[in-house]
Design a binder for this molecule. Structure first.
Ligand code: GH3
Ligand code: MG
Ligand code: MG
Ligand code: MG
Ligand code: MG
Length: 324
């Protein structure tokens, strides 16, 4: 291939990469004690439209990255540097960021196999000999950027899925899954700190009648309003969730039976005093029955059973009351 042909090909590759990269919001970090190397790397990043920050040695890079919690997509670092070399920088960064969070590409003038093995063993994602071609560097860098981007997208997706799995979509309250994921921790700290925790179990009175009289959508509106009322009467530490159809539950850490009964009674009164607007012409009144139980060593399962039996008694006694 003639040199001019090769240049055209490289230009074509670079342009294609530039277009691909333009859609990214990547941030690259350059660390090299040689200002010439930094210039070469930053020029390369500029052609790719990748924003970058640069550091002159490992110590400077480590301090900035950790102190400012810089969320970068790649670190391209020299090996030989004063104050802290690329290997020590990699080891330190790996204490905080794993290989997918912050890919590290080490550049070195050495081709010593033992050193290269060490660099990779201590957490660098890739290694490149300093007499690299731009194409090689670009390709290796893009591979790492793709990994990093994929990892970050997947992490975000996982968080969204987890949040969706723990949330009741009608009321936006937590659901039973969230309760189960968090109850062990609450029960353990109650035991450890010898502090009671409480369960408040709510069941809307004659809710079927709302559906039957005003329709399912009206029933949904009632559930949303009752959920908001329960949430606004909950503390930060409380876990308030939709337990089932028209049943709600509050898990209240650091809460005695007496305090839980006061809380339940307040919520009961607040719900009773609501005028729930279903449409322009119709507003209705709703009441709830509440079973309350409390314990220190008792399992949450047993407290829920107890609260449920009290709820049954509350219904028998005419509803709209708190039984503990
Ligand atoms: P009680 O006072 O004894 O609790 O009577 P109730 O009518 O409230 O109790 P029941 O268990 O007979 O009825 C609960 C109803 O809740 C039945 C079910 O169709 C309705 N339901 C459950 N989930 C939803 C929902 O998401 N939306 C609506 N609109 N209704 C629901
Ligand atoms: Mg150097
Ligand atoms: Mg029910
Ligand atoms: Mg029922
Ligand atoms: Mg009910």
């Amino acid at each position: 291939m003639y040199k001019s042909d090769k240049d055209t090909v490289i230009k074509y590759i670079n342009n294609t990469l530039s277009r691909l990269m333009a859609n990214r919001t990547s941030l690259a970090l350059i660390c090299d004690d040689s200002s010439i190397s930094r210039r070469v790397l930053s020029d390369m990043l500029k052609t790719q439209n990748i924003p970058y920050a640069q550091f002159a040695n490992g110590k400077e890079a480590h301090e900035s990255i950790v102190e400012h919690n810089i969320n970068a997509d790649i670190l391209i670092s020299d090996f030989e540097m004063p104050l802290m070399n690329g290997l020590d920088l990699t080891r330190l960064l790996r204490l905080k960021y794993d290989k997918f969070e912050l890919p590290i590409l080490i550049l070195s003038g050495s081709s010593n196999p033992a050193l290269i093995a060490n660099i990779l063993k201590f957490g660098a994602n890739d290694y490149i000999f300093k007499e690299f071609s731009m194409e090689e560097l670009l390709t290796r860098m893009n591979t790492l950027l793709d990994h990093s981007r994929l990892f970050k997208e997947n992490t975000l997706l996982l968080q969204k899925l987890e949040s969706a799995a723990m949330t009741d979509c009608l009321t936006t309250m937590y659901n039973r899954n969230y309760f189960h994921a968090n109850v062990t921790h609450v029960v353990a700290s109650a035991k450890r700190e010898n502090q009671p925790y409480s369960i408040l179990l709510f069941d809307i009175d004659y809710f079927k009648k709302v559906n039957d009289t005003y329709g399912h959508d009206a029933g949904d509106t009632v559930l949303q309003i009752i959920a908001q009322e329960i949430l606004s009467n909950s503390r930060e530490a409380d876990i308030a969730c939709r337990w089932g159809g028209e049943e709600f539950l509050i898990l209240a850490p650091h809460c005695s039976l007496a305090d839980a009964v006061i809380k339940a009674e307040n919520i009961r009164k607040n719900i009773e005093s609501l005028s729930i607007k279903l449409n322009e012409t119709t507003s209705i009144k709703i009441t709830t029955s509440i079973g309350v139980s409390s314990g220190i060593e008792t399992s949450a399962e047993d407290l829920i059973k107890t609260a449920d039996s009290y709820l049954y008694i509350a219904k028998e006694r005419g509803r709209n009351c708190v039984i503990s």
